[in-house]
Design a protein. Structure first.
Length: 182
């Protein structure tokens, strides 16, 4: 599957909640902790994942844990594989054995809404602030461009004063690390 998403930093979720209002269905709220792993061949000179690079992450969400591999695409959609796991420590040790390096942890609270056929996620990310993401999963690369266009349209509709953020949360955390703020 290919995940297509657009993101924007926002000052508040109030106007967004009002904009989606009764046209959306609240799917829930969760605390997510992502331990992010990468490989040196996928890093640029600032230790950010290059476009097309693959990261691994272990996501802990409540009592559930997932191993995810994500192809990083800042524009368009990237492949994503996700599998529920039982023992995060064993998976972490396996990733280290095959050349992945643990880089950082991203903690966030995510509120998820279904708006039309799109997920609208309101994220409060530790050290970074508040963001809105509009997401859609498509079956192939051919459909990713159209899905991205529709995600952008929805973003502008429900958060009209927001400015699209092309960096991934990992890019933003790495910027803080590079500046000595983490």
């Amino acid at each position: 599957m290919i995940e297509v998403e657009v993101k924007a930093k926002v000052d508040s979720f109030r106007g967004i909640r009002e904009a989606i209002g009764e046209k959306s269905r609240f799917l829930g709220s969760s605390h997510q902790t992502d331990t992010v792993f990468d490989q040196p061949q996928f890093l640029d000179s600032e230790h950010k994942i290059i476009d097309g690079g693959i990261v691994a992450r272990i996501r802990e969400e409540g009592d559930r844990k997932f191993l995810e591999f994500k192809e990083i695409r800042r524009e368009g959609g990237g492949l994503e594989l996700r599998h529920e796991i039982k023992d995060a420590e064993t998976v972490k040790n396996f990733l280290l054995k095959i050349g992945y390096i643990e880089r950082f942890v991203i903690r966030k609270v995510r509120e998820t809404h279904l708006y039309r056929d799109f997920l609208v996620c309101l994220d409060t990310v530790e050290k970074l602030g508040q963001f809105i993401e509009v997401e859609r999963t498509v079956a192939n690369e051919k459909d990713a461009g159209e899905a991205r266009k529709l995600c952008l349209e929805i973003l502008k509709e429900i958060a009209p004063n927001s400015e699209t953020e092309y960096r991934k949360y990992g890019d933003m955390i790495q910027d803080l690390i590079n500046k000595g703020r983490v």
